[in-house]
Design a protein around this ligand. Structure first.
Ligand code: KIV
Ligand code: NA
Length: 265
């Protein structure tokens, strides 16, 4: 694929090709992620945590999401850019949801939006889709509802919640969503969902029986040494690498080792 579209992802699922997805929130990081060959970049509202230092995803605003997304869009040549609609920008009514989605598409140049929830927000999803804006769903652990859940533990372990999740997944497919994120649910349930619908299911903490995987880039690069859920695989220890490099810089400045004769004009 020269350029990933929502159609490419649906084809990938049909061909059994797994979909790779990572978050990015700025130009420099997005350029690296895109060049490395990622299929989908998610401008997640996890920016609220990893970029802004908030405890939850709730505080980030639509304007802030647009700032992050526009920075990412300027960097990419191949990846599909999906942008989270932040908490408060779509829950009150479908018209507001559409207005928020339109702002993201117009002001950031992103290619699609992601919303958390199923049946509760079906009218909003319909309205956004009717405007020609692709929608990615998000079920399971939906962090914008953390105050309802109370904890970030695994969702849909009980039969009732698992059944609702399956119904919601089928509804999202029927409405016309192009893909679906499943976060932190039992692997067997995620696999069952992926087999029951034709749109790609991208998992995070949802096992290997789905159509693709997503991680937060700061977590997988090991920039964050505090967050260690079971589902996280660290591909680097950037926290340590960066701390060592910066300590060395501090020492070199203090000792007048930096700059040397070749590092000046
Ligand atoms: O905001 C985010 O990073 C996400 C992913 C974890 C799916 O929604
Ligand atoms: Na998110």
């Amino acid at each position: 694929y020269k350029r990933i579209t929502t159609k490419s992802l649906i084809e990938m699922k049909a061909n059994g090709e797994k979909i790779s997805m990572l978050t990015a929130y700025d130009y420099t990081m997005a350029k690296i992620v895109d060049t490395a060959g990622i299929d989908v970049i998610l401008v997640g509202d996890s920016a609220s945590n990893v970029m802004a230092g908030h405890e939850t995803t709730l505080p980030i605003t639509l304007d802030q999401m647009i700032y992050h997304a526009s920075s990412v869009v300027r960097a990419i040549e191949r990846a599909l850019v999906v942008v989270d609609l932040p908490f408060g920008s779509y829950q009150s009514d479908p018209k507001e949801a559409l207005r928020s989605a339109i702002r993201i598409m117009k002001e950031s140049g992103g290619h699609a939006v992601k919303l958390e929830g199923g049946k509760e927000i079906k009218d909003s999803i319909k309205k956004i889709l009717n405007a020609g804006i692709p929608v990615m769903g998000h079920l399971g652990l939906t962090p914008q509802s953390i105050y309802k859940f109370g904890t970030y533990t695994v969702r849909a372990k009980e039969e009732e919640e698992a059944e609702k999740l399956m119904e919601d997944a089928k509804l999202l497919e029927k409405l016309g969503c192009f893909a679906l994120v499943l976060e932190k649910i039992p692997a067997h349930l995620a696999e069952k969902v992926a087999k029951s619908i034709s749109i790609p299911v991208i998992g995070i903490g949802a096992g290997g029986g789905v159509d693709g995987q997503v991680l937060v880039i700061h977590d997988m690069l090991g920039m964050n040494n505090e967050f260690s859920p079971r589902f996280l695989r660290r591909y680097m220890n950037l926290y340590e690498g960066m701390t060592t490099a910066i300590s060395q810089y501090v020492a070199d400045v203090k000792s007048s080792d930096f700059p040397n004769a070749n590092e000046q004009y």
